[in-house]
Design a protein around this ligand. Structure first.
Ligand SMILES: Nc1ncnc2c1ncn2[C@@H]1O[C@H](COP(=O)(O)OP(=O)(O)OP(=O)(O)O)[C@@H](O)[C@H]1O
Ligand SMILES: [Mg+2]
Length: 243
């Protein structure tokens, strides 16, 4: 068994709405090993995205503790948190989170600029990443000029820009046609299998979840089930998402 890279210990998240509190996560404990491919499933509103935010150190829980590489989140300043995240974790958000005024290439380049890479290195890396997701011809396009699936691919390229150890993806194929969906999933499979990356991916599709070697089911902010499985790639036909 590989060492634990991410851990949630009794994590609870409550939101105040007027005078009432709503518990989005209710005492979740789980460990994710280095190099593991995990999918997270559960009904809409069950707390999946909230959970992923904690795994990525993007938010602090109301109670409980989050660890990355054994380091606790609670003692850290926001600068420390940013340092820990940068270069370690790549995010693919449900809502893309692309900068609307920047071109596709600039969006992918952004984490590299922050990471202090030279102009030449940045251009080479962006070229490689955009060709990987099949969007070299959209180099100068703005996000508003892209389809949902294309935006998701830019988000994926950007998440990979800094060669992170961990990818956290919130429904990475939710907005894609089956062929692009398979490309993204096969890309994730390759990053996991051949590059030792740790991947945590939220999905509503069982055939997508099957790409992972473990599926965690969330319901009402709790872990309902946590099962190991044999990771299995799917064909385009199997991925065809019923809409
Ligand atoms: N900022 C917030 N303030 C109040 N409630 C929130 C906030 N963010 C999320 N919630 C609530 O917390 C619950 C969990 O939200 P979350 O986004 O984690 O769900 P999800 O499982 O990702 O759902 P989906 O599959 O629809 O993306 C939901 O009921 C949501 O309404
Ligand atoms: Mg969500």
């Amino acid at each position: 068994m590989n060492r634990t890279i991410l851990e949630l210990k009794d994590v609870t998240k409550e939101y105040c709405i007027g005078k009432t509190t709503f518990r989005a996560l209710d005492g979740i404990s789980l460990k994710i090993s280095d190099g593991e491919f995990v999918s997270i499933m559960g009904p809409s509103g069950s707390g999946k995205s909230t959970l992923l935010h904690f795994l990525g150190f993007l938010d602090k829980p109301t109670r409980g503790e989050v660890y990355i590489d054994g380091m606790a989140l609670s003692g850290m300043s926001s600068d420390d948190l940013a340092d820990v995240r940068n270069g370690r974790i790549g995010f693919v958000f449900q809502s893309f989170n692309l900068a609307p005024t920047l071109s596709v290439a600039k969006n992918v380049e952004l984490p590299l600029t922050i990471g202090g890479k030279s102009k030449k290195e940045r251009k080479e890396r962006v070229t490689k990443l955009l060709s990987m997701v099949g969007l070299l011809d959209k180099w100068d396009s703005l996000p508003s000029q892209l389809s949902g699936g294309e935006k998701q691919r830019v988000a994926m390229a950007r998440a990979l820009a800094q060669n992170p150890k961990i990818i956290l993806a919130d429904e990475p194929t939710g907005n894609l046609d089956s062929k692009s969906g398979k490309e993204i999933l096969d890309g994730l499979h390759d990053l996991w299998k051949n590059h030792g990356m740790t991947i945590v991916m939220i999905t509503h599709e069982p055939v997508v979840a099957a790409y992972a070697e473990r599926t965690i089911y969330i319901r009402d902010g709790r872990v309902e089930a946590d099962r190991k499985q044999k990771a299995r790639k799917a064909s385009v036909e199997e991925i065809k998402i019923k809409r």
